[in-house]
Design a protein around this ligand. Structure first.
Ligand code: DGP
Length: 126
């Protein structure tokens, strides 16, 4: 079964300019903007402009140009935010997918979190 993309999701609307965002970086194939509900001093979302639901979808179907652009955009945002190594104190990348990943918006996004110690990666299982 193939991936199914819902073009009414919030990030699709941001890409079409239907709702505003605070842009940090825009490249040919990617857009980075601040999370509306920041969980850390730096909380930026990076999305590809193409209609990909999740990282696995993107890895399977995006062009090499899109993948290179997206990967470099994530690194560039880390540099712009001053959390990159070795200049800054580091960061965490998170990309939630599907039900178990607790993905709220079904358009691929990487969260870049930094500006404070981020704590344990995930809570311990019971
Ligand atoms: P996730 O659970 O990984 O799908 O996270 C979705 C994130 O998107 C969440 O941290 C809040 C953020 N978010 C939701 N709606 C909007 C919006 O309209 N604008 C922006 N900038 N962020 C949003």
């Amino acid at each position: 079964m193939g991936y199914s993309y819902d073009d009414q999701n919030i990030f699709a609307k941001i890409l079409r300019g239907e709702i505003p965002n605070t842009t940090v970086l825009e490249t040919e194939h990617s857009l980075a903007f601040r999370d509306l509900y920041p969980k850390a001093p730096t909380h930026v979302l990076v999305i590809p402009k193409g209609p990909y639901v999740s990282y696995d979808h993107f890895a399977a179907e995006a062009s090499e140009a899109e993948i290179v652009d997206y990967t470099r955009a994530i690194g560039e945002v880390c540099r712009c935010e001053g959390v990159d190594l070795p200049a800054g104190d580091g960061f965490r990348l998170i990309s939630n997918a599907g039900e178990h990943g607790v993905q709220e918006v079904p358009h691929l996004h990487v969260h870049i979190l930094g500006g404070r110690p981020m704590g344990r990666m995930v809570p311990k299982a019971d």
